[in-house]
Design a protein around this ligand. Structure first.
Ligand SMILES: O=C(CO)COP(=O)(O)O
Length: 184
């Protein structure tokens, strides 16, 4: 139905679906597989809660969510996937922000997991994104991260001017990063 009306991307695995509506890793994996089967691209959100982090289980929890979804993704479909890292503890008014360093550590860890468990080509093809209280003030710091290809924006995206500035920061961050790679 979504593909039929011209939809290209579907967001799956958001923390609210997991923790408010009770969607399990298995249900999300089935949705990912179905979307890919009908030609949709998938933005798969994986996140760690404050409880998981305090228990020292943040990475285990993130890899568990990613590996469950990966079971239904063929090796050559990873280019149709974006994995969005969502520190659930950093979402919401007054929440403690996730530092760009920690966001990069997690994004690199997830991409390494894909390289080790699916293959290097899949790890290069998959997009990675950051989500969690992205705004005009912090977008540049996340945009510059080596393993971050984009954002999922919530509250700040309700204002078109703010969203445009976040998009500009992302584009600028990626141009600067590629300049660095080329040594200029
Ligand atoms: O829900 C979100 C986290 O995935 C994004 O929302 P905010 O950008 O408002 O934090």
């Amino acid at each position: 139905m979504l593909a039929g009306v011209g939809c290209k991307w579907v967001l799956l695995g958001h923390a609210d679906r997991r923790h408010v509506l009770g969607e399990t890793d298995e249900l999300i994996a089935a949705k990912v597989a179905k979307c890919l089967e009908v030609g949709l691209h998938v933005n798969l959100t994986v996140g760690d809660t404050a409880e998981a982090r305090e228990a020292g289980k943040a990475d285990e929890s993130l890899v568990g969510q990613l590996s469950a979804a990966a079971a239904g993704i063929s090796k050559d479909s990873w280019g149709k996937l974006c994995v969005a890292y969502e520190p659930v503890w950093a979402v919401g008014d007054g929440a403690q922000p996730c530092s760009p360093e920690e966001a990069q550590r997690v994004l690199a860890m997830l991409r390494c997991w894909v390289a080790d468990n699916v293959g290097k080509a899949a790890a290069q093809a998959v997009r990675m994104a950051y989500t969690g209280s992205v705004n005009e003030a912090n977008a540049a710091s996340y945009a510059a991260l080596a393993d971050n290809n984009g954002f999922v924006v919530g509250r700040a995206g309700l204002d078109a001017g703010k969203l445009l500035n976040i998009c500009s920061a992302l584009a600028e961050g990626k141009v600067t990063a590629s300049d660095k790679l080329l040594g200029s």
